[in-house]
Design a protein. Structure first.
Length: 431
């Protein structure tokens, strides 16, 4: 296809981005996702075009730092720089200590989690629940910046657009964070109330970008090169963060980079190359988790990769019955070897699923074409009156570790993180 005339923001995606002493090689980022963005997956995405990958969120609770789960999340052995760690919590002093702890273990950037909508996180008023208490959120930001500044480590912030459609406070919180010394702000284009349902909107991200001097990163439903271009056009963002679309397709970063650099679509990767990437990833994965946990947690990565392939569902069900690393590797190698015989290049229909809408509505299939230079992206959705009652006790009050969410409406759980797919393996929580 012929090259497109791209906006300046699009052509700069492959340019470095500096955060204080840290230089990011490009502006395509991997979103932190609990249970997904461990060290092996981060390294794979960086190898395939991502310039920056943030770890799974690490708790600020000191008593949990020595746990196996946290030690794995904080493992950066062999990881290429820059190394970024996301921390989550509600106490400013604990968060400052957590920042110093992770810097001592190699973190070059500290990211603050104010975007995770998971109930187990929000029920203790961490994650996106902090957006309902701006004074506390600001005290946390100030404490972490103060802890990191003497060590010359930049602090970044990831958040949502607000707690619900009628109460979007991303611009106000972003301005306060910038004034407190945050070096970069990432905005996921959904509210806390949405969770992962509905469609991301980008008007709020554009407003945050217009209000700040520090770099702003757009996140949410970026699942193709064409969508990446549309989001850049709409928001003017300095960088893009991709989450669920990289599950099973980590080469999406180089696809986006190629398209935004040249205006042309990159050919699908060779099936033998995908096979090599997957098998190398599995070995790295087993090295981190060991055989028992490694085999079980690798199933979701394999499932994401094969779900749309010919025979992929039957293979996934068979693969899920295997309980050794050797058997799992052999099965993947044989399946992809047979696929290569019929499809030397990765099948074109094995792409990302369209973003989910709601639990009760069918998926809205929106196809964005590269030649569509005037794409209208979804704007702010309807307000939700029920969310007004939610978190009111946080106004002017301190969050506490034992807090519950009994007064709030139960957040719906989507049937699938990607529309049209009914996974039987663990779904991921994107921060």
């Amino acid at each position: 296809m012929s090259a497109l005339l791209l906006p300046v923001s699009a052509t700069l995606v492959s340019a470095p981005l500096r955060l204080g002493p840290v230089e990011l090689p490009n502006r395509l980022f991997v979103a932190p996702m609990a249970g997904v963005t461990d060290r092996p997956f981060r390294m794979l995405c960086k190898r395939l075009g991502a310039g920056y990958a943030v770890s799974e969120m690490v708790t600020s609770k000191r008593e949990l730092w020595s746990s196996l789960k946290t030690s794995r999340r904080a493992n950066h052995d062999g990881e290429t720089a820059p190394i970024a760690v996301q921390i989550a919590g509600v106490d400013p002093h604990e968060m400052a200590d957590a920042a110093r702890y992770n810097i001592d273990r190699g973190a070059q950037v500290i990211d603050l989690n104010m975007g995770c909508p998971a109930k187990k996180v929000c029920n203790v008023w961490a994650g996106s629940a902090l957006m309902s208490n701006e004074p506390l959120a600001l005290r946390i930001i100030q404490a972490v910046v103060a802890a990191c500044a003497p060590l010359n480590v930049p602090v970044t912030l990831k958040m949502r657009t607000g707690r619900c459609a009628s109460e979007r406070n991303a611009v106000a919180l972003a301005r306060a964070a910038e004034s407190a010394g945050v070096a970069l702000v990432t905005v996921h284009g959904r509210t806390r109330e949405q969770g992962y349902t509905g469609l991301a909107e980008y008007d709020t991200i554009a407003a945050v970008k217009a209000a700040l001097r520090v770099p702003v990163v757009a996140n949410g439903d970026i699942d193709s090169p064409a969508k990446a271009l549309a989001v850049l056009r709409h928001t003017g963002a300095d960088a893009l963060m991709i989450g669920r679309a990289a599950q099973g397709r980590p080469w999406i970063f180089r696809e986006i980079a190629h398209f935004l650099d040249t205006g042309t679509t990159l050919a699908p990767p060779a099936t033998k190359d995908v096979s090599a990437w997957m098998l190398e990833h599995l070995q790295d994965h087993y090295g981190l988790y060991g055989e028992l946990a490694g085999v079980r947690t690798a199933r979701k990565h394999i499932g994401w990769a094969v779900r749309d392939l010919p025979g992929g569902e039957d293979f996934r069900q068979t693969m899920n019955m295997l309980d050794t690393c050797e058997a799992q590797v052999r099965a993947v190698s044989e399946f992809l070897g047979q696929l290569e015989e019929a499809h030397p290049h990765w099948p074109a229909n094995a792409g990302p699923h369209p973003p989910c809408t709601t639990r009760h509505e069918p998926p809205r299939h929106r196809q964005l074409h590269p030649q569509d230079t005037a794409t209208v992206l979804p704007g702010p959705g309807r307000g939700d009156a029920a969310c007004r009652a939610r978190d009111d006790r946080l106004r002017g009050g301190e969050a506490h570790a034992g807090g519950g969410d009994g007064a709030g409406r139960r957040q719906p759980e989507p049937r699938s993180r990607m529309a049209g797919h009914q996974p039987q393996y663990p779904a991921a929580q994107a921060a």
